[in-house]
Write a protein that binds this ligand. Structure first.
Ligand code: AMP
Ligand code: MG
Length: 280
């Protein structure tokens, strides 16, 4: 299945999130088949990531946005985080610190963009500045409404430098979210994730969907497309994202450098050392 084609938001496309499924409709029979697919895809992904790292020219930025408990952490822990840590870093963006607040909204983000050869994963991102900030009324409309264009320019600056950008929205239903909140209550090791604000935000669910719809319409571009991933099933979420990242790396087609050294000479040196060791 072509996950890119299925989940991409075309530039300028209007999305009505309420009509987008949160449950998968194929291609996997179920969990087991999807998990196998993820395993195979991760192996291919790692091989391409190795080339990206060695090539040292292009980079990849993966942006994750979603309601609470939609699975950003799980996706990183179980799937994306299995790439080689030499070449990948993840950055969680929380409520801005006083120092971050004292700068423009892209300041903290720009520092975390991937260097050539690297992959950055954003767990939340600059999009919070047109999402939570808008819905919770943290800055006036005249401020946040200018940010879509600023974000597009920022992302095209990154693209110009050789950074591919993939932006994923993990789409869950309010019902699934509540079930996962229940899990957090049931497992003591998840209690740190509990907060009253997450429950309050449920009242504003439609406002968040509206804010996301604006983001998709204004900020899904050729250089930096948005993907809406049905995320009620964790195994589908992982498979779809892994597949899209893999396909993108394939398209980027990173190349190992052409060999500069004289291989015959290196082989001679090796044989000589080997012979000397045998003589000792
Ligand atoms: P979590 O990712 O669940 O650990 O929570 C991080 C919290 O930080 C979320 O409630 C986000 O909405 C919030 N957050 C992230 N970025 C911003 C921002 N730019 N302005 C205000 N709140 C933010
Ligand atoms: Mg949270």
């Amino acid at each position: 299945m072509d996950f890119v084609k299925k989940h991409i938001v075309k530039p300028g496309e209007s999305v009505n999130l309420k009509s987008v499924r949160t449950e998968p409709d194929g291609p996997f029979e179920g969990k087991e088949e999807a998990r196998e697919y993820v395993e195979e895809t991760i192996q291919k992904l790692r091989a391409l990531q190795y080339r990206l790292y060695v090539e040292g020219k292009q980079s990849l930025l993966i942006v994750l946005q979603a309601p609470d408990a939609a699975g950003k952490d799980g996706l990183i822990r179980k799937t994306l985080g299995r790439m080689n840590p030499q070449g990948v870093r993840s950055y969680p963006f929380k409520v801005p610190t006083p120092i971050e607040q004292a700068h423009d909204f892209l300041w903290r983000v720009h520092q975390c963009t991937p260097a050539a050869g690297q992959i950055s994963i954003f767990n939340r991102s600059h999009y919070e500045d047109v999402l939570v900030v808008r819905v919770e009324d943290l800055v006036p409309k005249r401020v946040w409404s200018k940010r879509y264009e600023i974000i597009n320019q920022f992302e095209s600056l990154l693209a110009e430098r050789g950074t591919r950008i993939l932006k994923f929205y993990l789409h869950i239903s309010p019902k699934e979210q509540l079930e996962r909140f229940k899990e957090r209550l049931d497992y003591p090791e998840k209690h740190w994730k509990l907060n009253v604000g997450d429950y309050e935000a449920r009242d504003r669910w439609p406002k968040y969907l509206e804010a996301y719809e604006d983001v998709f319409k204004k900020c899904s571009t050729k250089d930096a497309p948005w993907f809406i991933i049905p995320a009620d099933k964790k195994w589908y979420r992982d498979a779809a994202v892994a597949s899209i990242v893999h396909e993108t790396l394939q398209e980027m087609d990173p190349q190992l450098p052409t060999v500069q050294v004289d291989l015959d000479e290196i082989r001679r040196l090796y044989e000589r050392e080997l012979a000397e060791m045998d003589n000792d």
